[in-house]
Design a protein around this ligand. Structure first.
Ligand code: HEC
Length: 113
């Protein structure tokens, strides 16, 4: 029992440290939840640096949906660095990746390009 308790405390401490490390990247990262409501927050925190505020950069919305979702999950090599990182490795699920792709398409079409 004592050993189990120790493991429990260890896990709690690790998660607290994890949250503190993630804190600078915003609340969306800390919860690792990407829903329709916060895809915008997550996109802003994690994606604008490379893809721009309107998804106008490095995003070809005419590619098939599964390729776009796959790029978010598995990453994608660019002709020139930086490459697209794998967000599956950071805890993003297939559903969340779909939500992000849908959000990017919406951004892009509202920008009129
Ligand atoms: C470090 C820069 C970087 C970050 C951060 C980044 N991407 Fe990318 N992304 C890329 C590059 C580079 C490509 C490949 C573009 C190409 O092939 O011309 C790419 C490709 C994609 C694609 C496929 C579209 C295409 O035209 O290839 C999607 C979808 C995508 N990213 C979504 C996202 C989302 C969602 C996020 C945030 C969760 C994100 N990216 C964060 C650099 C980045």
């Amino acid at each position: 029992m004592k050993a189990l308790k120790k493991i429990g405390i260890g896990i709690t401490t690790t998660s607290v440290v994890g949250l503190l490390l993630l804190a600078p990247f915003g609340k969306a990262a800390a919860t690792q939840e990407v829903s329709a409501a916060n895809a915008a927050d997550f996109y802003k925190a994690k994606c604008t640096a490379c893809h721009g505020a309107k998804a106008e950069k490095k995003f070809d919305a005419t590619l098939p949906e599964d390729q776009l979702v796959d790029a978010v999950l598995k990453g994608k090599k660019a002709e020139k660095p930086p490459n697209m990182p794998s967000f599956e490795a950071k805890g993003v699920t297939a559903d969340q990746a779909k939500g992000l792709v849908a959000f990017m398409k919406q951004l892009k079409s509202s920008a009129g390009n």
